[in-house]
Design a protein around this ligand. Sequence first.
Ligand code: RI2
Length: 307
Amino acid sequence: MQKVQETAEKIRTMEIRGAGRIAKAAAEAIRDYAAGLDVASMEEFSARIKEVSNYLISTRPTAVSLPNAVKLSSKYSSANVEEARQEIIKNANLFIERADRALEKIGKIGSRRIRDGDVIMTHCNSHAALSIITTAFEAGKDISVIATESRPRRQGLLTIRHLNGFGIPTTLIVDSAVRYYMKDVDKVIVGADAIAANGALVNKIGTSQLALAAHEARKSFMVAAETFKFSPSTIVGNPIEIEERASDEIVDPALISDLAHVQVRNPAFDFTPAEYIDMIVTDIGIIPPAMAYTVIKEHLGWELGEI
Ligand code: RI2
């Protein structure tokens, strides 16, 4: 349990972050917990696995990759503790392998849409979006990137470091400069924390204003998302919850402690409607947002088996 608690804490404090990495860390935590679980009965095994699953899921509410990973990893059908344990270990390992392969596939598929000379704008720090960009660059395409700072946690600094490591010419801008630079951009590529059944995207706060600016300038807006970022529960009407983080991520409370009429709000994500999205690059191919329902039904819903 101690390792599960450590992983949960790292996800909560964002030491482990990025929807895909969160999912993989949760799968690893469930696997290792199941592997070392010493119980007297199957009832106890089920109860403990359920408890740990719910605990991991509660760490961050928006990235649907987290509950999807936990559910896919903690699946078992046997009524025997030893067999059920082995099933969980196998399912978690399968999820982790698939997640790694998905990133590679997204990179390969998405990079075919990148042309020589493209200027690509990206937001926050998405390993899926970066996989497309770096794969295109390594295939010899002459590209450059405009990366947003992504306040308040400035994940853009991770992005520019990553791109610099590949030798990709990169420009860092503040979030409020996205429309100013949109005229220079050919494509916007962002990641996803969740995709709803209606094709709407939930991603780092500010994504929807990038989409709006791209739409206005008739620039292509691409989303890079593994199929496990699609949200099964949206099919049955559950909304995706937007995480609101502590206000001290935005401003030092001491600086505003005398301002009796001021509050600070810090939503971590926003919604981008499907009509602003040209394509979603997934590990099963490029799809229009209108196909989100099909992805959920055919690639997730049946596997999750409980929507
Ligand atoms: P990958 C991140 O959320 C960003 O919103 C990013 O676009 C998304 O997860 C997907 O990231 P946070 O964890 O899975 O920084 O593509 O809040 O890495």
